[in-house]
Design a protein around this ligand. Structure first.
Ligand code: IMP
Ligand code: MG
Length: 186
């Protein structure tokens, strides 16, 4: 049971559903006059669950594309070294782009994308993050749409993983420290 690995639940399925609906409404209102479909860029793999829920709450045409960016590897510490492991399939010139991310932590990943995407001549670039951990920020990033601000704890669920696991939890939980900190030697 994955529930046993949780210290506590931070956001329930109902909390998340209400927040995603609210974000979708805001985006729908803001892009009402856009001449073209909104180009939704999901950052794999963490944002997948949030992405698929959010796009269904946007009542306007959208286009799908995805990137894989890595600054983390398999550890819970960020390196600040961002690599694009999979780039977009499409040209974003003239498009209204929304980058959809699971969580903004140090800010390195998003500030890198904020730098490289505008160079491709989109009509606009906005950032939508399900979660933000402001106390961990190392580089400043403006978040246009933010679901929840969260404390400095290691979170899993609703797309967020630890070592590739827990992404399929329908809620967001705080992972017990003993799961990711090695036990002391006897
Ligand atoms: P940043 O570049 O430090 O902002 O890192 C953002 C990425 O770090 C996210 O896309 C997540 O994959 C990962 N991350 C940051 N905090 C957490 C967490 O609490 N749980 C799981 N993944 C996290
Ligand atoms: Mg990630």
């Amino acid at each position: 049971m994955m529930q046993e690995d949780m210290e506590r639940v931070l956001f329930t399925e109902a909390d998340i559903k209400a927040k995603v609906k609210e974000l979708g409404k805001k985006i729908t209102a803001d892009y009402q006059d856009a001449k073209e479909a909104i180009f939704c860029v999901g950052i794999l793999k963490g944002a997948v669950i949030f992405y698929t829920d959010l796009v269904r709450q946007i009542d306007l045409p959208v286009e799908f594309d995805f990137m894989i960016a890595s600054s983390y590897g398999n550890s819970s510490l960020s390196s600040g070294n961002v690599k694009i492991l999979k780039d977009l399939d499409y040209d974003i010139a003239g498009k209204h782009v929304i980058v959809i991310e699971d969580i903004i932590d140090t800010g390195h990943t998003m500030s890198y994308l904020r730098k490289i995407l505008p160079a491709r001549s989109p009509a606009s670039v906005k950032i939508c993050a399900f979660l933000s951990k402001p106390s961990r920020r190392q580089v400043d990033v403006a978040i246009d749409y933010c679901g929840f601000e969260v404390p400095d704890e290691f979170l899993v669920g609703y797309g967020l993983d630890y070592a590739g696991r827990y992404r399929n939890l329908p809620y967001v939980g705080v992972l017990k420290r003993e799961i990711y900190v090695a036990p002391p030697l006897p």
